[in-house]
Design a binder for this molecule. Structure first.
Ligand code: SF4
Length: 389
């Protein structure tokens, strides 16, 4: 299917203006598990065709939870969705287009690890209308990559970006992890600069150590795996400054882009828009019903449920108006542009907001709140203080 085929989407003919919404497809398989990863990932043989058929069938089971009009985004995350055979992935895209429609300018992203990037794979992805790649480079230091248990090298990273460019992917995002114990501040900042020169979108994350992972067990045993808080704060600001200096402008706590390359799909999350989650362990949110859910995480349980015609649901909750408001503020404050403030937000949280303003953690303008640079460093505490009863 080419991008031109979206012109045939029945929904596109509709003159009605509909709210943007997106589709997230979770591909829960990886070649191996990285020692810091607590995502829903399984290392087992991949049932390419069967999993695609299940995701397509789930679209039918969840049709009433999709947004109105064609989708603005389609995001394949994981796991490692680049391991999915391109024809299986193409089948899912075609089914999305046939059932829901995709806007002509829809952002269609696939996450890839550098070691999986080949010219043949990317040509196949281009042929399926994928127009954005998110590359998990993580670092340009072989030492850091080894420490993180990654199976690619810094040279693989450069090769993957060059291959993506040759295959015509200009809309590239790269992921970086920083704050690894022993990492030199200037070296980590230089990595951010290098990333900004390679791609118009950079997601940079401090290494976190989730419990239950191999890193979590090492940390519980006393190992020091991350830099201390002061160095992390210095790095956070240094990385943002380096990206800005290269023209890749931070627009969210972990994301920066050249103008026009901001992530549309993740932008839906931060703007409190709806998204349909499909696949094992995927999450979904329907703002009209104030309802969110998550799917069964184990691929076999997911497949069996869908094949039996059941929604593969593990969890669902209905958000009351207070929870909805809190979530909107929490997500919106992640953005550098801040969050729109409704009169009822002022009533509920105005006193706390004024207090945070006096502490130079929050900026208040008519109808808008946003965190200061210092507030950004303490974002979790600022949000907790704002929303505290
Ligand atoms: S490749 Fe990504 S999703 Fe897979 S185990 Fe590593 S960090 Fe987790």
């Amino acid at each position: 299917m080419s991008a031109a085929s979206y012109k045939n989407s029945p929904q596109k003919e509709s003159p009605k203006v509909t709210a943007p919404w997106g589709i997230y497809v979770h591909f829960p398989y990886c070649r191996r598990r990285c020692p810091y990863c607590d995502f829903n990932v399984h290392v087992q043989p991949i049932p390419h065709t069967r999993y695609a058929a299940a995701v397509v069938a789930e679209m039918g089971l969840r049709a009433d939870e999709a947004g109105e009009g064609p989708a603005s985004t389609l995001y394949f995350g994981g796991g490692t969705p680049a391991l999915w055979r391109p024809e299986a992935l193409a089948r899912v895209i075609e089914a999305v287009d046939a059932r829901f429609g995709l806007r002509a300018e829809a952002e269609i992203t696939v996450e890839c690890n550098p070691e999986d990037v080949t010219e043949a794979l990317l040509i196949s992805l281009r042929a399926t209308s994928v127009n954005r790649l998110s590359l998990g480079l993580q670092s340009f230091s072989d030492e850091t990559l080894r420490f993180l248990g990654r199976t690619h090298s810094a040279a693989d990273n450069l090769r993957a970006v060059a291959t993506a460019r040759r295959a015509g992917f200009d809309n590239l995002s790269v992921d970086l992890i920083y704050g690894v114990a022993g990492q030199h501040i200037e070296a980590a900042i230089e990595e951010a600069r290098a990333a900004a020169r390679l791609a118009p979108h950079v997601s940079s994350y401090q290494l976190t150590i989730p419990e239950g992972t191999p890193f979590g067990r090492r940390a519980a045993g006393g190992a020091s795996l991350i830099l201390d808080d002061d160095l992390q704060a210095t790095l956070f600001e240094g990385v943002r400054a380096a990206l800005t200096a290269e023209g890749v402008i931070p627009y969210e706590i972990s994301n920066a882009a050249r103008p026009g390359f901001e992530a549309v799909h993740n932008g839906l999350y931060w703007a409190d828009r709806g998204y349909l989650g499909l696949g094992a362990g995927a999450h979904g949110f329907d703002p009209r019903a104030a309802s969110r859910w998550s799917n069964l995480t184990r691929p076999d349980a997911y497949l069996e449920a869908v094949e039996a015609g059941r929604r593969p649901e593990a969890f669902r909750e209905h958000l009351d108006p207070v929870a909805r408001r809190e979530e909107r503020l929490m997500l919106g404050l992640r953005r550098d542009a801040g969050v729109s403030v409704e009169p009822e937000d002022e009533i509920a949280y105005g006193a706390a907001a004024r207090r945070l303003e006096r502490e130079a953690l929050l900026l208040r303008a008519p109808g808008l709140w946003r965190v200061t640079p210092r507030g950004r460093l303490l974002l979790d505490s600022v949000i907790a203080a704002l929303l505290a009863p």
